[in-house]
Design a protein around this ligand. Structure first.
Ligand SMILES: Cc1cc2nc3c(=O)[nH]c(=O)nc-3n(C[C@H](O)[C@H](O)[C@H](O)COP(=O)(O)OP(=O)(O)OC[C@H]3O[C@@H](n4cnc5c(N)ncnc54)[C@H](O)[C@@H]3O)c2cc1C
Length: 399
Protein backbone atom coordinates (compact mmCIF):
# COMPACT_ATOMS: atom_id res chain seq x y z
CA UNK A 1 0.00 0.00 0.00
CA UNK A 2 1.23 3.50 -0.76
CA UNK A 3 -0.12 6.17 1.57
CA UNK A 4 0.99 9.79 1.40
CA UNK A 5 -0.98 11.00 4.41
CA UNK A 6 0.55 11.96 7.75
CA UNK A 7 -0.83 10.64 11.02
CA UNK A 8 -2.73 12.92 13.39
CA UNK A 9 0.32 13.01 15.71
CA UNK A 10 2.57 13.96 12.81
CA UNK A 11 0.21 16.74 11.71
CA UNK A 12 0.05 18.04 15.30
CA UNK A 13 3.85 18.07 15.47
CA UNK A 14 4.01 19.83 12.11
CA UNK A 15 1.51 22.49 13.21
CA UNK A 16 3.23 23.02 16.54
CA UNK A 17 6.61 23.46 14.84
CA UNK A 18 5.14 25.76 12.17
CA UNK A 19 3.67 27.99 14.87
CA UNK A 20 7.00 27.96 16.73
CA UNK A 21 8.88 29.01 13.58
CA UNK A 22 6.47 31.85 12.89
CA UNK A 23 6.42 33.13 16.46
CA UNK A 24 10.01 32.68 17.57
CA UNK A 25 12.22 32.30 14.50
CA UNK A 26 11.08 34.48 11.59
CA UNK A 27 10.75 37.71 13.64
CA UNK A 28 14.37 37.38 14.84
CA UNK A 29 16.01 35.77 11.79
CA UNK A 30 17.12 39.11 10.34
CA UNK A 31 18.70 40.17 13.64
CA UNK A 32 20.76 37.01 14.01
CA UNK A 33 21.70 37.05 10.34
CA UNK A 34 23.04 40.60 10.68
CA UNK A 35 24.88 40.12 13.97
CA UNK A 36 26.06 36.53 13.56
CA UNK A 37 25.26 36.04 17.27
CA UNK A 38 24.47 32.58 18.53
CA UNK A 39 20.65 32.45 18.87
CA UNK A 40 20.65 30.94 22.35
CA UNK A 41 17.24 32.35 23.47
CA UNK A 42 15.57 30.83 20.39
CA UNK A 43 17.29 27.47 20.83
CA UNK A 44 16.31 27.46 24.50
CA UNK A 45 12.67 28.06 23.51
CA UNK A 46 12.92 25.28 20.95
CA UNK A 47 14.30 22.87 23.54
CA UNK A 48 11.54 23.87 26.00
CA UNK A 49 8.93 23.31 23.28
CA UNK A 50 10.22 19.74 22.90
CA UNK A 51 11.29 20.26 19.29
CA UNK A 52 14.94 19.28 19.74
CA UNK A 53 16.74 15.94 20.14
CA UNK A 54 13.66 14.10 18.82
CA UNK A 55 15.33 10.74 18.14
CA UNK A 56 16.56 10.04 21.67
CA UNK A 57 14.84 6.82 22.78
CA UNK A 58 12.24 6.82 25.57
CA UNK A 59 14.52 4.74 27.80
CA UNK A 60 16.96 7.69 27.91
CA UNK A 61 14.24 10.23 28.56
CA UNK A 62 13.65 11.22 24.94
CA UNK A 63 10.68 11.13 22.62
CA UNK A 64 12.03 8.27 20.48
CA UNK A 65 10.58 9.77 17.32
CA UNK A 66 11.42 8.46 13.88
CA UNK A 67 13.10 9.96 10.87
CA UNK A 68 9.78 11.07 9.34
CA UNK A 69 8.92 13.11 12.44
CA UNK A 70 12.41 14.63 12.50
CA UNK A 71 12.12 15.59 8.84
CA UNK A 72 8.67 17.11 9.22
CA UNK A 73 9.96 19.16 12.14
CA UNK A 74 13.10 20.46 10.45
CA UNK A 75 11.19 21.40 7.28
CA UNK A 76 9.14 23.77 9.43
CA UNK A 77 12.12 25.08 11.41
CA UNK A 78 14.20 25.68 8.28
CA UNK A 79 11.31 27.58 6.71
CA UNK A 80 11.72 29.87 9.74
CA UNK A 81 15.50 30.29 9.72
CA UNK A 82 18.09 27.99 8.17
CA UNK A 83 20.92 29.14 10.42
CA UNK A 84 18.99 28.68 13.66
CA UNK A 85 17.85 25.27 12.44
CA UNK A 86 21.42 24.17 11.77
CA UNK A 87 22.31 25.20 15.34
CA UNK A 88 19.32 23.26 16.65
CA UNK A 89 19.70 20.17 14.47
CA UNK A 90 23.42 19.73 15.06
CA UNK A 91 22.53 18.05 18.35
CA UNK A 92 20.85 15.28 16.35
CA UNK A 93 23.88 14.96 14.08
CA UNK A 94 26.25 14.91 17.06
CA UNK A 95 24.14 12.35 18.93
CA UNK A 96 23.64 10.03 15.96
CA UNK A 97 27.01 8.20 16.31
CA UNK A 98 26.05 7.49 19.94
CA UNK A 99 22.65 6.17 18.86
CA UNK A 100 24.32 4.00 16.22
CA UNK A 101 27.37 2.69 18.05
CA UNK A 102 27.05 3.65 21.71
CA UNK A 103 26.62 1.07 24.47
CA UNK A 104 24.00 1.39 27.22
CA UNK A 105 26.36 3.24 29.61
CA UNK A 106 27.42 5.73 26.94
CA UNK A 107 23.80 6.36 25.98
CA UNK A 108 22.80 6.87 29.59
CA UNK A 109 25.73 9.21 30.25
CA UNK A 110 25.57 11.28 27.05
CA UNK A 111 22.02 11.07 25.64
CA UNK A 112 19.95 11.47 28.78
CA UNK A 113 21.49 14.88 29.69
CA UNK A 114 20.30 16.23 26.32
CA UNK A 115 16.73 15.55 27.40
CA UNK A 116 17.12 16.89 30.95
CA UNK A 117 18.72 20.21 30.16
CA UNK A 118 19.77 22.29 27.17
CA UNK A 119 23.13 20.74 26.30
CA UNK A 120 25.03 20.85 23.04
CA UNK A 121 26.79 18.03 21.25
CA UNK A 122 28.77 18.70 18.07
CA UNK A 123 29.86 16.36 15.31
CA UNK A 124 33.60 16.69 14.67
CA UNK A 125 34.60 14.89 11.50
CA UNK A 126 35.88 17.46 8.94
CA UNK A 127 39.38 18.89 9.11
CA UNK A 128 41.22 21.83 7.54
CA UNK A 129 42.65 19.46 4.89
CA UNK A 130 39.66 17.22 4.23
CA UNK A 131 35.88 17.13 4.31
CA UNK A 132 34.57 14.90 1.52
CA UNK A 133 37.27 12.25 1.93
CA UNK A 134 36.38 11.00 5.41
CA UNK A 135 38.90 8.13 5.14
CA UNK A 136 41.59 10.81 4.82
CA UNK A 137 41.22 12.00 8.43
CA UNK A 138 44.58 13.07 9.85
CA UNK A 139 43.66 13.62 13.52
CA UNK A 140 45.67 10.96 15.34
CA UNK A 141 44.63 8.76 18.20
CA UNK A 142 46.89 6.50 20.25
CA UNK A 143 45.92 4.05 22.96
CA UNK A 144 47.86 4.57 26.21
CA UNK A 145 46.77 2.35 29.11
CA UNK A 146 43.20 3.08 30.10
CA UNK A 147 42.78 6.04 27.80
CA UNK A 148 43.31 7.32 24.26
CA UNK A 149 45.35 10.39 23.36
CA UNK A 150 44.04 12.66 20.59
CA UNK A 151 46.13 15.07 18.53
CA UNK A 152 44.99 17.09 15.53
CA UNK A 153 42.57 19.70 14.27
CA UNK A 154 38.95 19.66 13.22
CA UNK A 155 37.43 22.47 11.18
CA UNK A 156 33.94 23.69 10.28
CA UNK A 157 32.47 22.30 13.47
CA UNK A 158 28.96 23.65 14.02
CA UNK A 159 28.24 24.89 17.56
CA UNK A 160 31.82 23.97 18.63
CA UNK A 161 32.32 26.88 21.08
CA UNK A 162 29.01 26.00 22.78
CA UNK A 163 29.42 22.23 22.80
CA UNK A 164 29.36 20.28 26.05
CA UNK A 165 30.84 17.33 24.19
CA UNK A 166 31.81 16.18 20.74
CA UNK A 167 31.58 13.02 18.71
CA UNK A 168 35.04 12.89 17.17
CA UNK A 169 36.55 10.80 14.38
CA UNK A 170 40.29 10.10 14.51
CA UNK A 171 42.79 7.70 12.99
CA UNK A 172 45.10 5.13 14.55
CA UNK A 173 47.20 5.31 11.38
CA UNK A 174 46.26 7.69 8.52
CA UNK A 175 48.08 5.48 5.97
CA UNK A 176 45.46 2.77 6.62
CA UNK A 177 42.65 5.22 5.76
CA UNK A 178 39.13 3.97 6.55
CA UNK A 179 40.42 0.80 8.27
CA UNK A 180 42.05 2.84 11.04
CA UNK A 181 39.26 5.25 11.94
CA UNK A 182 37.76 5.33 15.42
CA UNK A 183 34.85 7.30 16.84
CA UNK A 184 34.86 8.82 20.34
CA UNK A 185 32.80 10.92 22.67
CA UNK A 186 35.00 13.74 23.95
CA UNK A 187 33.96 16.09 26.75
CA UNK A 188 34.56 19.70 25.78
CA UNK A 189 36.28 20.46 29.10
CA UNK A 190 38.91 17.75 28.55
CA UNK A 191 42.38 19.32 29.03
CA UNK A 192 43.96 19.75 25.59
CA UNK A 193 40.64 20.44 23.79
CA UNK A 194 40.33 23.99 22.48
CA UNK A 195 37.80 25.60 20.15
CA UNK A 196 38.69 28.44 17.80
CA UNK A 197 37.02 31.74 16.95
CA UNK A 198 33.82 31.50 14.89
CA UNK A 199 34.38 32.01 11.16
CA UNK A 200 32.42 34.64 9.18
CA UNK A 201 30.08 32.98 6.69
CA UNK A 202 28.06 33.81 3.58
CA UNK A 203 24.87 32.42 5.11
CA UNK A 204 23.62 30.36 8.06
CA UNK A 205 25.00 33.20 10.12
CA UNK A 206 22.86 32.21 13.10
CA UNK A 207 24.96 29.06 13.40
CA UNK A 208 28.45 29.17 14.85
CA UNK A 209 31.22 27.39 12.98
CA UNK A 210 34.74 27.00 14.32
CA UNK A 211 37.76 24.76 14.68
CA UNK A 212 38.43 22.29 17.48
CA UNK A 213 42.05 21.48 18.30
CA UNK A 214 43.20 18.43 20.26
CA UNK A 215 46.63 18.60 21.90
CA UNK A 216 47.46 15.47 23.86
CA UNK A 217 43.80 15.31 24.89
CA UNK A 218 43.26 12.24 27.08
CA UNK A 219 39.98 10.49 26.42
CA UNK A 220 38.89 7.61 28.70
CA UNK A 221 38.96 4.25 26.88
CA UNK A 222 35.28 3.76 27.71
CA UNK A 223 34.48 6.72 25.42
CA UNK A 224 35.36 4.74 22.29
CA UNK A 225 32.18 4.32 20.25
CA UNK A 226 31.95 0.76 18.95
CA UNK A 227 35.24 -0.87 18.02
CA UNK A 228 38.63 0.43 17.00
CA UNK A 229 38.85 0.65 13.22
CA UNK A 230 35.05 0.81 12.75
CA UNK A 231 34.72 4.59 12.90
CA UNK A 232 34.36 5.02 9.14
CA UNK A 233 31.27 2.84 9.14
CA UNK A 234 29.82 4.83 12.05
CA UNK A 235 30.38 8.08 10.12
CA UNK A 236 28.76 6.70 6.94
CA UNK A 237 25.79 5.28 8.86
CA UNK A 238 25.39 8.64 10.57
CA UNK A 239 25.18 10.45 7.22
CA UNK A 240 22.67 7.92 5.89
CA UNK A 241 20.44 8.72 8.87
CA UNK A 242 20.88 12.50 8.84
CA UNK A 243 20.82 13.28 5.10
CA UNK A 244 17.02 12.90 4.86
CA UNK A 245 16.81 15.73 7.41
CA UNK A 246 19.16 17.92 5.37
CA UNK A 247 16.84 17.32 2.40
CA UNK A 248 13.93 18.36 4.63
CA UNK A 249 15.82 21.53 5.69
CA UNK A 250 16.27 22.39 2.03
CA UNK A 251 12.60 21.71 1.30
CA UNK A 252 11.59 24.07 4.11
CA UNK A 253 13.83 26.84 2.82
CA UNK A 254 12.60 26.33 -0.76
CA UNK A 255 8.98 26.38 0.40
CA UNK A 256 9.52 29.66 2.27
CA UNK A 257 11.23 31.21 -0.79
CA UNK A 258 8.29 30.11 -2.95
CA UNK A 259 5.78 31.61 -0.51
CA UNK A 260 7.60 34.95 -0.29
CA UNK A 261 7.73 35.03 -4.10
CA UNK A 262 4.06 34.11 -4.37
CA UNK A 263 3.06 36.94 -2.07
CA UNK A 264 5.27 39.49 -3.85
CA UNK A 265 4.09 38.77 -7.40
CA UNK A 266 0.48 39.26 -6.33
CA UNK A 267 1.04 42.85 -5.23
CA UNK A 268 3.92 44.18 -7.33
CA UNK A 269 2.99 45.78 -10.64
CA UNK A 270 4.94 46.40 -13.83
CA UNK A 271 3.65 47.61 -17.20
CA UNK A 272 0.25 48.29 -15.52
CA UNK A 273 -0.32 44.74 -14.46
CA UNK A 274 0.47 42.47 -11.54
CA UNK A 275 3.64 40.44 -11.93
CA UNK A 276 1.60 37.28 -11.43
CA UNK A 277 -0.24 38.01 -14.68
CA UNK A 278 2.90 37.66 -16.77
CA UNK A 279 2.90 34.03 -17.79
CA UNK A 280 6.67 33.81 -17.52
CA UNK A 281 6.41 34.85 -13.85
CA UNK A 282 3.50 32.54 -13.00
CA UNK A 283 5.40 29.61 -14.59
CA UNK A 284 8.30 30.31 -12.25
CA UNK A 285 5.89 29.92 -9.33
CA UNK A 286 4.55 26.69 -10.83
CA UNK A 287 8.07 25.30 -11.23
CA UNK A 288 8.96 26.28 -7.66
CA UNK A 289 5.91 24.51 -6.30
CA UNK A 290 6.53 21.36 -8.36
CA UNK A 291 10.13 21.20 -7.16
CA UNK A 292 9.21 21.72 -3.50
CA UNK A 293 6.61 18.94 -3.71
CA UNK A 294 9.09 16.58 -5.40
CA UNK A 295 11.77 17.36 -2.80
CA UNK A 296 9.34 16.58 0.02
CA UNK A 297 8.38 13.23 -1.50
CA UNK A 298 12.04 12.31 -1.82
CA UNK A 299 12.92 13.11 1.79
CA UNK A 300 9.82 11.30 3.01
CA UNK A 301 10.81 8.19 1.06
CA UNK A 302 14.33 8.28 2.52
CA UNK A 303 12.97 8.83 6.04
CA UNK A 304 10.45 6.04 5.56
CA UNK A 305 13.29 3.68 4.60
CA UNK A 306 15.22 4.69 7.73
CA UNK A 307 12.15 4.17 9.92
CA UNK A 308 11.46 0.75 8.43
CA UNK A 309 14.92 -0.69 8.95
CA UNK A 310 15.87 -0.53 5.31
CA UNK A 311 19.22 0.92 4.32
CA UNK A 312 18.40 4.59 3.66
CA UNK A 313 21.77 5.39 2.03
CA UNK A 314 20.67 5.66 -1.61
CA UNK A 315 17.27 7.35 -1.10
CA UNK A 316 18.98 9.68 1.38
CA UNK A 317 21.63 10.70 -1.16
CA UNK A 318 18.98 11.15 -3.86
CA UNK A 319 16.84 13.26 -1.53
CA UNK A 320 19.83 15.29 -0.38
CA UNK A 321 21.10 16.18 -3.84
CA UNK A 322 17.67 16.86 -5.37
CA UNK A 323 16.24 18.84 -2.44
CA UNK A 324 19.34 20.94 -1.85
CA UNK A 325 19.63 21.84 -5.53
CA UNK A 326 15.91 22.63 -5.44
CA UNK A 327 16.53 25.04 -2.56
CA UNK A 328 19.23 26.79 -4.55
CA UNK A 329 17.09 27.03 -7.71
CA UNK A 330 13.94 28.14 -5.93
CA UNK A 331 15.79 30.76 -3.86
CA UNK A 332 17.46 31.98 -7.06
CA UNK A 333 14.10 32.39 -8.84
CA UNK A 334 12.55 33.97 -5.74
CA UNK A 335 15.28 36.66 -5.83
CA UNK A 336 14.66 37.07 -9.57
CA UNK A 337 10.92 37.74 -9.27
CA UNK A 338 11.64 40.33 -6.54
CA UNK A 339 13.86 42.26 -8.98
CA UNK A 340 16.08 44.77 -7.14
CA UNK A 341 14.23 44.19 -3.89
CA UNK A 342 15.37 40.58 -4.00
CA UNK A 343 18.93 41.78 -3.72
CA UNK A 344 18.62 43.78 -0.51
CA UNK A 345 18.32 42.68 3.09
CA UNK A 346 14.92 44.30 3.64
CA UNK A 347 13.32 41.33 1.91
CA UNK A 348 13.86 37.78 3.16
CA UNK A 349 14.78 36.13 -0.14
CA UNK A 350 18.27 37.67 -0.17
CA UNK A 351 19.05 35.75 3.04
CA UNK A 352 17.42 32.56 1.77
CA UNK A 353 19.60 32.69 -1.34
CA UNK A 354 22.77 32.90 0.80
CA UNK A 355 21.53 30.25 3.22
CA UNK A 356 20.56 27.78 0.48
CA UNK A 357 24.13 27.38 -0.78
CA UNK A 358 25.35 25.60 2.33
CA UNK A 359 22.92 22.73 1.83
CA UNK A 360 24.81 21.73 -1.33
CA UNK A 361 28.06 21.60 0.68
CA UNK A 362 27.72 20.19 4.19
CA UNK A 363 26.88 16.57 5.10
CA UNK A 364 28.39 15.53 1.77
CA UNK A 365 28.53 17.84 -1.23
CA UNK A 366 26.29 17.36 -4.27
CA UNK A 367 29.25 15.73 -6.02
CA UNK A 368 29.63 13.21 -3.19
CA UNK A 369 25.90 12.37 -3.36
CA UNK A 370 26.31 11.82 -7.11
CA UNK A 371 29.30 9.59 -6.42
CA UNK A 372 27.23 7.47 -4.01
CA UNK A 373 24.26 7.27 -6.39
CA UNK A 374 26.30 6.53 -9.53
CA UNK A 375 28.26 3.78 -7.76
CA UNK A 376 24.94 2.25 -6.80
CA UNK A 377 23.60 2.42 -10.37
CA UNK A 378 26.71 0.72 -11.73
CA UNK A 379 27.39 -1.78 -8.93
CA UNK A 380 24.46 -2.32 -6.58
CA UNK A 381 21.39 -1.61 -8.71
CA UNK A 382 19.54 -4.65 -10.03
CA UNK A 383 18.20 -3.78 -13.51
CA UNK A 384 14.51 -4.45 -14.10
CA UNK A 385 15.54 -6.00 -17.44
CA UNK A 386 17.91 -8.75 -16.43
CA UNK A 387 18.63 -9.40 -20.08
CA UNK A 388 18.04 -6.50 -22.47
CA UNK A 389 15.55 -7.77 -25.10
CA UNK A 390 16.55 -7.61 -28.75
CA UNK A 391 15.70 -4.13 -30.03
CA UNK A 392 16.61 -3.85 -33.69
CA UNK A 393 13.96 -5.83 -35.52
CA UNK A 394 12.22 -5.30 -38.84
CA UNK A 395 9.78 -8.23 -38.57
CA UNK A 396 6.17 -7.83 -37.34
CA UNK A 397 4.98 -10.12 -34.51
CA UNK A 398 3.87 -13.55 -35.62
CA UNK A 399 1.31 -13.93 -32.79
C1 LIG B 1 28.96 26.18 7.62
C2 LIG B 1 29.52 24.79 7.64
C3 LIG B 1 29.20 23.96 8.71
C4 LIG B 1 29.75 22.68 8.76
N1 LIG B 1 29.50 21.89 9.86
C5 LIG B 1 30.20 20.74 10.02
C6 LIG B 1 30.11 19.99 11.24
O1 LIG B 1 29.38 20.35 12.16
N2 LIG B 1 30.89 18.89 11.37
C7 LIG B 1 31.72 18.46 10.39
O2 LIG B 1 32.40 17.46 10.58
N3 LIG B 1 31.82 19.14 9.21
C8 LIG B 1 31.10 20.27 9.02
N4 LIG B 1 31.21 20.98 7.84
C9 LIG B 1 32.15 20.52 6.82
C10 LIG B 1 31.47 20.04 5.56
O3 LIG B 1 30.88 18.79 5.79
C11 LIG B 1 32.54 20.00 4.45
O4 LIG B 1 32.84 21.34 4.13
C12 LIG B 1 32.08 19.25 3.24
O5 LIG B 1 31.96 17.88 3.51
C13 LIG B 1 33.04 19.44 2.05
O6 LIG B 1 34.35 19.19 2.43
P1 LIG B 1 35.50 20.26 2.09
O7 LIG B 1 35.03 21.60 2.47
O8 LIG B 1 36.77 19.77 2.67
O9 LIG B 1 35.60 20.23 0.52
P2 LIG B 1 36.48 19.20 -0.34
O10 LIG B 1 36.27 17.82 0.13
O11 LIG B 1 37.87 19.72 -0.43
O12 LIG B 1 35.78 19.36 -1.76
C14 LIG B 1 36.00 20.52 -2.60
C15 LIG B 1 35.20 20.30 -3.89
O13 LIG B 1 35.69 19.12 -4.55
C16 LIG B 1 34.62 18.21 -4.74
N5 LIG B 1 35.07 16.83 -4.57
C17 LIG B 1 35.77 16.31 -3.54
N6 LIG B 1 35.95 14.99 -3.71
C18 LIG B 1 35.34 14.66 -4.87
C19 LIG B 1 35.17 13.44 -5.61
N7 LIG B 1 35.64 12.28 -5.16
N8 LIG B 1 34.49 13.50 -6.78
C20 LIG B 1 33.99 14.68 -7.24
N9 LIG B 1 34.13 15.85 -6.61
C21 LIG B 1 34.79 15.84 -5.43
C22 LIG B 1 33.58 18.58 -3.70
O14 LIG B 1 32.29 18.14 -4.08
C23 LIG B 1 33.72 20.09 -3.67
O15 LIG B 1 32.99 20.64 -4.72
C24 LIG B 1 30.61 22.23 7.73
C25 LIG B 1 30.89 23.07 6.64
C26 LIG B 1 30.36 24.34 6.59
C27 LIG B 1 30.72 25.22 5.42
Amino acid sequence: MVDFSLTKEQIDLQNRTREFAQEYMIPYAHYYDKTGEFPLPIIKKCWEAGLMNLAIPNEYGGLGLGSIEQCITVEELAAGCAGMTTSIYVNSLGAEPILIAGNAEQKEKYLRPLTEDLKFVSFACSEPGMGSDVAGIKTRVKKEGDHYVLNGSKFWITNAPHADYFTVFASLDPSKRHKALCAFIVDADTPGVKTGRPVEKMGHRASTTSSVVFRDAKVPAENLLGEEGKGFRVAMQTFSMTRPSIAAFATGLARAAMEYAREYVQRREAFDQKLKDFQVVSFKLGDMYAKVEAARLLYLKAAWAADNEMDPTIPASIAKVMATETAMEVAHQAVQVHGGYGYIDQYPVEKLFRDAKLYEIYEGTSEIQRLVISRHVLDGYRPAMEKIPKWYNNSPPDF
